[in-house]
Design a protein around this ligand. Sequence first.
Ligand SMILES: [Zn+2]
Ligand SMILES: [Zn+2]
Length: 105
Amino acid sequence: MTMAFADKSLSCRECGNAFVWTAGEQEFYQQKGLLHEPQRCPDCRKKAKAERAAARAANMHDVICSNCGKAAQVPFEPRTDRPVYCSECFEAHRNAPPPTAAPSA
Ligand SMILES: [Zn+2]
Ligand SMILES: [Zn+2]
């Protein structure tokens, strides 16, 4: 049996506006395993997302990378007694092999 989706009209919990939950979105929800209908219209969802992004941005701190000296931002309060890295150096640092693992020639 194939599931057929049809556009569905819902009303936004946030602003009360009616919006269409399209068949494509319903399929997407099902693929993601989401069981609940969206509660908010796309506009309000976009707004909520922007607010979250702004809250995250407000939490960012400007730092100078301890490795390459580039200006970077980190999502935590930098501590003066610990080195801070830009995202590139952080990745490189994390992926670097432990110092004891010297390559055998
Ligand atoms: Zn809305
Ligand atoms: Zn760096």
